[in-house]
Design a protein around this ligand. Structure first.
Ligand code: NAP
Length: 533
């Protein structure tokens, strides 16, 4: 039994990633404490320091907009910033806005319980801190809890094993090593081309091939930067009015409207646009019309067959089982080209799945590979993983993991019924990674902070959402998902990347403007779906 003193504060924020950091700033007129598991700020960009880690949205967009001076004074070196620059930016913001005085590092939340008599949360950390607060804001991130498939024999392997989301700060020396790499999602496609340059041999264990578009990353040119800086307030507003809160060119014509040659030209332009994700918006219906989607898939397969010299390898790299964009499109540099290197071997881990780690390497169902290092880029127990790892007890001692056993249920992705005064940022059934997460995170923090401010003004101490509102929200999430092709891909979006994980599509694919409008109108219409007392 801990004897440490209970501290009384107004708000506990969980996580000092980009949303948590902004929440500290926005809510600092209260007594705010932020509890962070890592020993630095930046969340995703603190943990994911693997070689090649880089954002896939232009940095002029993927940055804070809440302070005009900050966006004027900061300069990004490249169009798509690398992890060290994003972490440097997070640290700059933490220092510039004195956020650290509110953050307790290396202090993960272990459990929290809601006291219905007092309308307060009691929060307990792994380090023994005990806090009581009126509100908790879980800015725990969508991609926080690493997924480590339970292959037998891990402990036997005599070499080194790494997960990309827990990369050592001092880096890893691959020179002269035989490296096994598992995972060909956004992370793998970024890390592997760099590792391949250093390693003696790289064996890529691929279960599902990825669609990958070239990022076209380059040093940020001054004219582009100045043009953004001259228009930032306007641009930020425009971003929030687009599907993905990002200013790619959203076509307004269908793929069916063109001749094959015209389509090929448009797709070629999108491929070379140096604007990540442009392929998905080259026609207005790439994500909604299966035939148009297949035209884009076939275009990318054509690219793979042209780039990769060995026809058998090229064929194995061609995705055929899901629509492009159904899971996150990968944005890379030299990924397909990497397979032309003599030291890179593609292993089909679909027909011969990984069976076990051994003392000297890795065994698939048909072959043993001798390895010195194994890198797992096997993704995350996404969306719910970070919350599930905290023991959260709401009203009537109900546990959140029990409530969400068949999949997460929320209202507007912000709250879940029976767990009052607990707000989530980028929670289940928000647009999350379907929209640019710094800008939309700021938006959600502002919306949440306005609700909290109004609670005090209106004399309330408890806010919950109704089960009926959750059901209606689930119907909205389902309705928009039926209009898109996301449901046809197995990925972290629907939890199918984790064996046994239940629930449908866990992100909102109706576009950020519709999401924001529904959130705003719920509050404006007298807190529809909420109960305040
Ligand atoms: P991911 O997309 O979930 O990919 C995980 C990979 O591991 C997949 O190829 C998966 O194969 C493979 N895998 C998992 N379990 C396996 C098993 N038992 N055997 C063989 N292979 C297995 O994870 P991620 O690459 O870390 O990316 C997650 C998300 O993070 C992205 O979608 C994106 O939103 C974000 N991200 C963004 C950036 C960026 O901004 N540039 C970079 C990295 C990540 P299957 O497909 O067959 O399951």
């Amino acid at each position: 039994m801990s004897t440490s003193k209970v501290e009384t504060v107004d708000i506990v924020i969980i996580g000092a990633g980009f949303s948590g950091m902004y929440a500290i700033h926005r809510l600092r007129h209260y007594n705010v404490v932020c509890l962070e598991a890592g020993d630095g700020v930046g969340g995703t960009w603190y943990w994911n320091r693997y070689p090649g880690a880089r954002v896939d949205i232009e940095s002029v967009e993927y940055s804070y907009g809440f302070d005009e001076t900050l966006q004027q004074e900061w300069s990004w070196p490249e169009y798509f910033s690398a992890q060290p620059d994003l972490e440097r930016y997070a640290n700059h913001v933490a220092d510039r806005f004195n956020l650290r005085e509110h953050i307790r590092f290396s202090n993960p939340v272990d459990s929290m319980t809601f006291d219905e008599r007092e309308n307060r949360w009691h929060v307990y950390t792994a380090n023994g801190d005990q806090l009581t607060c009126r509100y908790v804001i879980a800015a725990t991130g969508s991609l926080t809890a690493p997924n480590l498939p339970p292959w037998p024999g891990r402990e036997k392997f005599a070499g080194e094993i790494y997960h990309t989301a827990r990369w050592p700060a001092e880096g890893v020396n691959f020179s002269g090593k035989r490296v096994g790499f598992i995972g060909t999602g956004s992370t793998g496609i970024q890390a592997m081309p760099i590792i391949a340059e250093e390693a003696d041999a790289l064996y890529v264990f691929q279960r599902t091939p990825a669609f990958c578009m070239p990022s076209g990353n380059r040093p940020l040119d001054e004219a582009h930067e100045q043009e953004w800086k001259a228009n930032y307030p306007e641009r930020r507003k425009q971003m929030l009015n687009t599907y993905g809160a990002s200013l790619v060119n959203y076509a307004d014509r269908s793929g069916h409207d063109y001749t094959p040659q015209e389509r090929a030209d448009i797709l070629e332009q999108a491929w070379n646009s140096k604007s990540a994700f442009q392929l998905l918006f080259a026609f207005r219906d790439v994500l909604t019309d299966a035939e148009v989607n297949e035209m884009v898939c076939e275009f990318v397969r054509g690219k793979i067959r042209t780039i990769v010299k060995d026809p058998a390898t090229a064929e194995l790299l061609c995705p055929t089982t899901y629509p492009i964009g159904g899971k996150r499109l990968c944005i890379g540099s030299g990924y397909y080209e990497m397979y032309n290197r003599e030291n890179v071997t593609l292993v089909d881990a679909r027909t011969a799945p990984i069976a076990a780690f051994t003392e000297s390497g890795l065994r698939t169902s048909s072959v043993h590979y001798d390895l010195d290092v194994i890198v797992t880029a096997t993704g995350f127990d996404a969306v719910t993983g970070a919350m599930d790892r905290i023991k959260i007890e709401g009203c009537d001692s109900r546990k959140l993991v029990d409530k969400w056993v068949d999949g997460p249920t929320t209202y507007l992705g912000a709250m879940t019924s029976g767990f009052p005064n607990l707000f989530m940022i980028h929670g289940p059934s928000t647009p999350a990674a379907q929209a640019q997460m710094i800008t939309t995170g700021e938006w959600q923090v502002n919306w949440t902070a306005d609700i909290i401010d109004a609670m005090g003004r209106d004399g309330f101490t408890c806010i919950d959402v109704t089960p009926e509102a959750e059901t209606e929200w689930a119907q909205e999430v389902e309705m928009v998902s039926m209009q898109s092709l996301h449901r046809f891909a197995d990925s972290w979006y629907n939890g199918k990347n984790i064996e046994g994980k239940k629930g449908g599509l866990m992100i909102y694919v109706g576009g950020f403007p519709r999401f924001a409008q529904l959130c705003e109108s719920a509050v404006a219409d007298g807190y529809q779906g909420f109960v305040r007392k």
